[in-house]
Design a protein around this ligand. Structure first.
Ligand SMILES: Cc1cc2nc3c(=O)[nH]c(=O)nc-3n(C[C@H](O)[C@H](O)[C@H](O)COP(=O)(O)OP(=O)(O)OC[C@H]3O[C@@H](n4cnc5c(N)ncnc54)[C@H](O)[C@@H]3O)c2cc1C
Length: 438
């Protein structure tokens, strides 16, 4: 009997064959639709373990899906779709511990915690999955205030390649817990995350848009504000090329401060007084309002990108980043303010080692979906020139999946991750998007 027939017999309501809506949903990721042999949508860690054991025994490849925003569509094998494991439960003992299912979305977490005045650092998009973002590090709102998502992680429930269910924390499995904080989905299926949510007393923020008349002045003022600003101030600065009429070109800052609106406007004064300010929308916000929905479907563009951490946003580095915008290929520049709590975590405390970054810089050449090889090469050259001013890379922003993870993990981190992988998954059952081989 095939493993699919066997699983269908044991948990018929969880196993979905081609042609069913559950199969279509499980086979689809942000980047397109795959053609796995079967989709399993488990409702408990025990059911995940059953699916893993059956696929491993049959030698079938396993793909794990949380939000689907960080993986390529798969061909053949089994997709474990975690969408039914999406509960968000705040402990009622005052500990601020929140248990989050491995298939929940960050919008669910923000909505559940906001009435309690609590947050967990997350990305800035509602429908990105908790699973992929958290296992890769988790960079977003509150990174300067409370660190990365993984810095707030206290325990995970993990289904291993052997089909065991482990409760993994710093005391029970120190090395495995270290690896799970940044090492991606290479070590098993996380069915439940436990984070220590943080109190937020007064949140203000919003957006400031600038015209394109002096991008360098905006980027320089942004750098100064965030170099000297308090940990409670978080921001990204996105500079868009002219692409489509509905997408405004030029710098757009998203910002949030745990504090008052007066303080926010005072801190941002060097930016708000620039002559290129085109639109200011700042005021009290609830955390869910800071998160945006991902654009639906596959974008009509091909992105050629790179990213890296910058310990010192020197004038020379800013000149290079801004000049990347002047190339023939339309190019997008993203700066995320770091430092603060993010940088106070020791380099070897988690698998996200680039803790000296004062900013994360991402540069993306934007090409038509049917770009020629020459166009791709031209875009790549521009991106590489700018990224040469950075060090390392952030896994969740690294769009090229595969076995080369040397930009993401420094050699000592990668050696340590491989040692954990050899221990917990020697047969390389879990081949995450950024794959750590045993
Ligand atoms: C629109 C958009 C906005 C984004 N914004 C941010 C941001 O603000 N900050 C940021 O840090 N990143 C951001 N990202 C990147 C995002 O964090 C990664 O793409 C991440 O991998 C997405 O997670 P997912 O669960 O949605 O993806 P998936 O494709 O489901 O998973 C990604 C990888 O993680 C593995 N995985 C997922 N869940 C589990 C689990 N429970 N157990 C084991 N393995 C698992 C998968 O197998 C796969 O290898 C953004 C991406 C997009 C598309």
């Amino acid at each position: 009997m095939s493993f699919i027939a066997e699983l269908s017999e044991r948990m018929p309501q969880r196993v979905h064959a081609p042609g069913t809506p559950e199969y279509e949903a499980g086979a689809a990721v942000f980047a397109g639709s795959g053609t796995p042999d079967v989709v399993v949508r488990p409702a408990s860690a025990a059911e995940v373990a059953e699916a893993v054991r059956a696929a491993v025994a049959a030698g079938a490849p396993i793909a794990v899906k949380s939000g689907g925003h960080g993986s390529a569509p798969v061909t053949g094998g089994l997709v474990i779709d975690l969408s039914a494991l999406n509960a968000v439960e705040l402990a009622d003992d005052g500990s601020r511990l929140v248990h989050v299912g491995g298939g929940a979305h960050w919008g669910d977490v923000a909505a559940a915690l906001t009435p309690h005045g609590l947050v967990v650092t997350s990305g800035d998009t509602t429908d990105v999955g908790v699973g992929g973002l958290a296992l890769g590090g988790g960079l977003g709102w509150f990174a300067r205030t409370h660190g990365l998502t993984v810095d707030l992680l206290r325990e995970v429930e993990l289904v291993t390649a052997a089909g065991e269910v482990l409760q993994v924390n710093a005391d029970s499995h120190p090395e495995l817990f270290w690896a799970l904080r940044g090492g991606g989905g290479n070590f098993g299926v996380v069915t439940r995350f436990t984070f220590e949510a943080q109190p937020v007393d007064g949140l203000v923020g919003g957006h400031v848009r600038f015209d394109q008349s002096d991008v360098r002045a905006v980027v320089g003022a942004w750098r100064d504000v965030f170099r000297d600003g308090p940990d409670e101030l978080n921001s990204t600065l996105l500079v868009m090329p002219p692409l489509m009429p509905e997408m405004p070109a030029g710098p757009q800052m998203s910002v949030a401060l745990v504090g008052s609106e007066d303080d926010l406007r005072r801190l941002l004064e060097p930016l708000l007084s620039l002559p290129s300010v085109a639109d200011v929308s700042l005021g009290p916000v609830a955390y869910p309002d800071l998160l945006e929905a991902a654009p639906p479907g596959e974008p009509p563009f091909r992105f050629v990108g790179g990213n890296g951490f910058v310990p010192d946003l020197s004038d020379a580095a800013l000149d290079v980043f801004v000049s990347a915008l002047d190339r023939e290929v339309p190019t997008m520049l993203l700066l995320r303010a770091l430092g603060g709590a993010f940088s106070r975590v020791p380099t070897d405390a988690t698998a996200v080692a680039h803790r000296d970054g004062r900013a994360l810089v991402a540069v993306n050449g934007i090409l038509p979906a049917d770009a020629t090889d020459d166009q791709v090469a031209a875009a790549r050259a521009g991106v590489d020139e700018a990224i040469a001013f950075t060090s390392g890379a952030y896994s969740n922003f690294s769009p090229e999946f595969g076995d080369d993870v040397t930009a993401i993990y420094p050699p000592a981190t990668l050696d340590r991750l491989r040692a954990v992988k050899r221990e917990i998954d020697p047969g390389d059952v879990f081949r995450a998007s950024h794959h750590i081989a045993p």
